[in-house]
Design a protein around this ligand. Structure first.
Ligand code: HAM
Length: 459
């Protein structure tokens, strides 16, 4: 027997039963993005490797160790995107989106990083990101945070969540800080691990990002960026914090927060949750005013965040948010071959009225078909046996047994089901129904529910 093929390590299937929470989360994400004026952008999964080297930085974990990079048939180096901010800026420059314009963009989709998989950390994971281009002030930085808060509220995951913020200053103040950091770490060169020793020359800020426990004391005592901020960056940061307080958003200033990507300037932030274990950062971002220039464009200020959808879903699951129930509203039971054909048509006509109908396929006794209807939590069952098929009728059964079952003409099952699913009619619906009846009478047509349509039949 040949062996079964398994999925790639760190890349997960999303199965029915899990996907419902994803749908609810994605719906909330879409609605909050629209509410704050963001427009969707869809970006390729593959980009030229150079894009990530220039933006994220050559001496970062992501670019050095974590990218899925390969040569295509012509020898071009391509990489699966490890994040999408760089792609967003690349696309904006390529298509002139930033030309005399301020734009808010959002995206959602898979990202790829060759990290050691563990709970909350995957090699294919999903991000929802927002990026705001063309604003220099700290108000937009704070608005980005506020959007997050709104989303956590919508999803009921605000408890146990903390926001950490810091400023990395502008390019010059960071260069000053970098010099002092190098002087500090050089004093302890023998205590640095191999990675940090290499980074001391290339990118000393990255040493602060080290997760090696042996390095933590040294990192804690290192000079902090805040001492080296220039006046404008200091003002930006103070005003950003003031905006957050204005919105009653709690935050902690964390002077060690440097982020794992090189493109940031000024504001950086990270949302963490105490419920997530080791991988506790579920959303992170900041300002990147120099990125467009790094990618060969003119200067375009930008700020944004990306959240890990897997981690957000985990928080929603912990909060026991009820995923939406199975969509089946009506289960169509059929007994015998002519009933099967009539049921097939009836289920389709219900779907055209916007009702979610599941047809019993593959036969079975009535009792077993009704058991399936119960399992799917159908509110109504339609039963068609040979006798009903002979008279073009169907039995309509309220699965909650609140109303007696009825026999209706096959053309009228839409109305009968609608009546059971939405027992209350609004005045507006009655008004529309009367209009519809009058219109049918004026055309000498028989009054039929099936022609009535979902636009009127459901509230
Ligand atoms: P990042 O911190 O690298 O930032 O990733 C953002 C979020 O993606 C993390 O907080 C985490 O929730 C999730 N994430 C990252 N790696 C993994 C993984 N291996 N498995 C599961 N989830 C993961 C960025 O990507 C920036 N582009 C954010 C940004 C947007 N900055 C400005 N605009």
């Amino acid at each position: 027997m040949i062996g079964k093929i398994q999925s790639v390590r760190g890349m997960n299937d999303l199965l029915p039963g899990q996907i419902e929470v994803w749908h609810a989360v994605e719906r909330a994400i879409r609605s909050v993005a629209v509410e704050y004026g963001y427009r969707e952008i869809r970006l390729p999964l593959l980009e030229k490797t150079e894009l990530f080297k220039r933006s994220i930085g050559e001496v970062t974990d992501i670019v050095e160790k974590e990218m899925y990079t390969f040569l295509d048939q012509r020898g071009n180096s391509l990489s699966l995107r490890p994040e999408a901010t760089a792609s967003c800026v690349r696309a904006g420059l390529q298509h002139g989106l930033f030309h005399n314009a301020q734009v808010r963009l959002w995206y959602m989709g898979p990202m790829f990083r060759y990290e050691r998989p563990q709970k909350g950390r995957y090699r294919q994971f999903h991000q929802f990101g927002i990026e705001a281009f063309g604003w220099t002030g700290p108000d937009i930085d704070a608005e980005i945070i506020a959007l997050g808060v709104k989303l956590w509220k919508m999803l009921g995951i605000g408890q146990g969540v903390t926001l950490q913020v810091n400023s990395l200053g502008d390019v010059e103040s960071r260069a000053r800080y970098r010099g002092n950091l190098v002087t500090y770490f050089e004093r302890f060169k023998n205590d640095l691990d191999r990675d940090s020793r290499r980074r001391l020359d290339m990118n000393p800020l990255r040493i602060l990002d080290s997760r090696n426990p042996a390095m933590q004391d040294l990192i804690q005592n290192a000079p902090t960026m805040i001492e080296y901020l220039d006046d404008a960056s200091r003002k930006h940061f103070d005003l950003f914090c003031e905006y957050l307080s204005l919105l009653n958003i709690s935050f902690e200033i964390d002077h060690r927060l440097v982020r794992g990507l090189d493109y940031y300037t000024n504001t950086v932030f990270e949302w963490k949750s105490e419920h997530l274990g080791a991988q506790n950062a579920f959303c992170a971002g900041g300002r990147y005013d120099g990125l467009a220039e790094l990618l060969g464009g003119r200067s375009v200020p930008g700020a944004g965040f990306a959240l890990g959808v897997e981690r957000l879903v985990e928080l929603v699951n912990i909060g026991k948010m009820q995923p939406e129930g199975h969509p089946t509203q009506v289960y169509v039971c059929v007994l015998g071959s002519s009933a099967a054909k009539l049921g097939f048509k009836a289920a389709e006509s219900l779907r055209h009225l916007g009702i979610c109908a599941t047809l019993n396929c593959g036969g079975g006794k009535l009792a077993s078909q009704l058991r399936k209807a119960h399992k799917l939590k159908a509110a109504v069952s339609i039963i068609i046996g040979d006798q009903e098929a002979g008279t073009n009728t169907a039995v309509v059964k309220d699965m909650n047994a609140k109303r007696a079952q009825t026999i209706v003409a096959i053309d009228d099952i839409g109305a009968a089901v609608t009546d059971l699913l939405n027992p209350k009619w609004t005045d507006f619906q009655i008004y529309l129904w009367c209009g519809h009846v009058k219109w049918l009478q004026s055309r000498n047509e028989s009054i039929s529910w099936s022609s009535y349509g979902r636009s009127i039949a459901g509230p």
